[in-house]
Design a protein around this ligand. Structure first.
Ligand code: HEM
Length: 125
C-alpha cells in the first residue's frame, strides 16, 4: 500500500519524476528542449505551485496555462497523441509513488485540463 499525497514535498517528488520521464521521451521531450528551452529552475516551482493549488487550495499559482499552451501550439502543433503521452507519463509518475484520493484527484484534474486545453487550443487555429 502506497501513501497518499499530503503536502508540497509529495507534489515535488511527482513533478520531478514526471519531468525525468518527459525529458527523455521520444514523442514529447523535444517540446521542452527545442520548441521551448525550458528554464527548469523556474518551471519546476511553478508546476508545484499549480498542483498545490489544485489539491490544497493554496492560491499561490497565478499563471495562465491556456495561454502558455496556445503559444506552444503556435510554435509547434500539439496533437492528441502528444497529450495522450503527457497524461500517460503523468499517471505513471503519480502511480509509482502514491495512491489514494489526492492521487486520484491529481490524475482526474490532469485529464480534465488536458481535454479543455485541447478544445480551446483548437479554436486558435
Ligand atoms: C502535449 C502536452 C503538453 C506539452 C507538450 C506541454 C508543454 C509545456 C511547456 C513547454 C510549458 C512551458 C514551460 C516554460 O515556458 O517554462 C508548459 C507549461 C505548463 N504546463 Fe504543459 N504541456 C502539455 C500538457 C499539459 C497538461 C495536460 C497540463 C495539465 C495540468 C499542463 C500544465 C502546465 C502548466 C500548469 C504549465 C505552467 C504554465 C505557467 O507558466 O504558468 N501541461 N507545458
Amino acid at each position: 500500500m502506497k501513501p497518499d499525497i499530503v503536502n508540497r514535498r509529495d507534489i515535488e517528488k511527482i513533478v520531478h519524476l514526471f519531468y525525468e520521464k518527459v525529458k527523455v521521451d521520444d514523442l514529447i521531450g523535444f517540446f521542452f528542449s527545442d520548441v521551448v528551452q525550458v528554464n527548469w529552475e523556474q518551471h519546476l516551482p511553478i508546476m508545484c505551485a499549480f498542483w498545490e493549488n489544485v489539491l490544497f487550495y493554496t492560491g499561490d499559482y497565478e499563471g495562465d496555462p491556456l495561454t502558455t499552451h496556445r503559444g506552444l501550439y503556435n510554435k509547434f502543433k500539439t496533437t492528441p497523441e502528444h497529450f495522450q503521452r503527457w497524461l500517460f507519463l503523468f499517471f505513471q509518475s503519480v502511480d509509482e509513488l502514491y495512491e489514494g484520493s489526492n492521487a486520484q484527484k491529481m490524475k482526474d484534474h490532469a485529464t480534465g485540463i488536458s481535454g479543455v486545453m485541447q478544445d480551446k487550443i483548437k479554436g486558435s487555429d
